[in-house]
Design a binder for this molecule. Structure first.
Ligand code: FE
Ligand code: MN
Length: 340
């Protein structure tokens, strides 16, 4: 007699003992498969984005010192952050998510994080920046180091050999990790960085970096959507871990993140640049944090108006942009294999 077949209803996001984690079908979490499909249609490659105008703008000193500092602090934060997100996805999240369709998405996300890290390599090379300065900035600039340490603590806990999501404390610590990476790192820390570069882009400065950030932002939007679905799915399947004390702890962690982000914005823009003041960033980070709190079922805490309404327009726009149709490349024809 064949072994009994899997029913979709037996699948669980974590702690699944009933189903082999390698069985993709029958699908249960169709949202994970949809995020995977959406990610496929967003494919892009950093080195195809033209950087000639950025190189000219950068070398001919057309940016103010404040704008140059903002760009450097921005690159310094993202260059490391993308690697931290990739490591956490592969080493910590992949291990404890016991579901094949979610793992399928995580594999795609891991590739995208590699593409994003590649973008920072490409930008540093194109502009002839000091690579040591950019890629070591998390050790040299305290406002960046503080954000990275905040995240790395959450990875370290899950990587301890005795870590187990089978206890309520373990499941909560795993949720801390998911919230710390998807909601805080990709959902809050990344957004002031996006706003900095996209505001330059809207003034026609550093448009090659700006275009790459549009693609990164589009990818990150799906990472955030997947993360929120995963967190809310685990909450639904394990309601006993979503205690009032855990909710308070989560809101406090997000509050700590908001302070870290405000400190980073002050460090990157000490006197502000055109249209971007440190005060506006304070408000923006609080506005974004409220939207994230709401998505995981927690009340908004800050009620700050959005000082950058153009950011929500930018977020909706890039969906229309097809990387392959907007440039002449041979990708599609090269994808056909020939056997000779
Ligand atoms: Fe990324
Ligand atoms: Mn990401």
């Amino acid at each position: 007699m064949p072994a009994q077949r899997v029913r979709a209803g037996d699948k669980r996001l974590i702690n699944c003992g009933a189903v082999d984690v390698n069985q993709l079908m029958p699908l249960k979490y169709t949202w994970a498969w949809e995020h995977y499909q959406n990610a496929l249609s967003n494919h892009w490659v950093p080195s195809e984005v033209p950087m000639a105008r950025d190189i000219e703008t950068w070398r001919t000193g057309r940016l103010s010192d404040a704008e140059r500092l903002m760009v450097m602090r921005n690159l310094g934060f993202f260059a490391t952050a993308e690697s931290l997100v990739a490591n956490n996805a592969v080493l910590a999240i992949f291990r404890f998510v016991t579901n094949a369709e979610c793992r399928q998405y995580l594999l795609r996300q891991a590739f995208e994080e590699a593409v994003h890290t590649h973008a920072f390599h490409y930008i540093v090379q194109s502009l002839g920046l000091d690579e040591g300065e950019v890629f070591n900035m998390y050790r040299e600039v305290p406002a960046i180091g503080a954000k990275d340490e905040f995240e790395m603590e959450l990875t370290a806990d899950v990587l301890r050999p005795d870590f187990d999501t089978g206890t309520p404390e373990g499941a909560q610590r795993f949720l801390d990790n998911l919230i710390g990476y998807y909601v805080i790192m990709e959902g809050i820390f990344f957004y002031s960085g996006f706003a900095m570069v996209l505001s330059l882009h809207s003034r026609n400065r550093m448009t090659g970096i700006g275009e790459q950030f549009q693609y990164i932002l589009r990818d990150e939007t799906i990472h955030l959507n997947f993360g929120v679905d995963l967190i809310n799915g685990i909450r639904e399947e394990n309601p006993e871990v979503w205690t009032p004390a855990f909710q308070r702890r989560t809101a406090e962690r997000i509050d700590r993140a908001v302070l870290l982000e405000a400190a980073y914005a002050r460090d990157a823009l000490p006197g502000g640049v055109l249209g971007l003041s440190p005060e506006a960033f304070d408000a923006y980070v609080r506005h974004v944090a409220d939207r994230r709190l709401e998505r995981i079922g927690l009340p908004a805490a800050y009620r700050a108006p959005n000082p950058f309404p153009w950011m929500s327009e930018t977020i909706d726009l890039p969906k229309e942009k097809n990387f392959f149709e907007s440039r002449v490349t041979e990708y599609r024809s090269n994808a056909t294999l020939r056997w000779e």
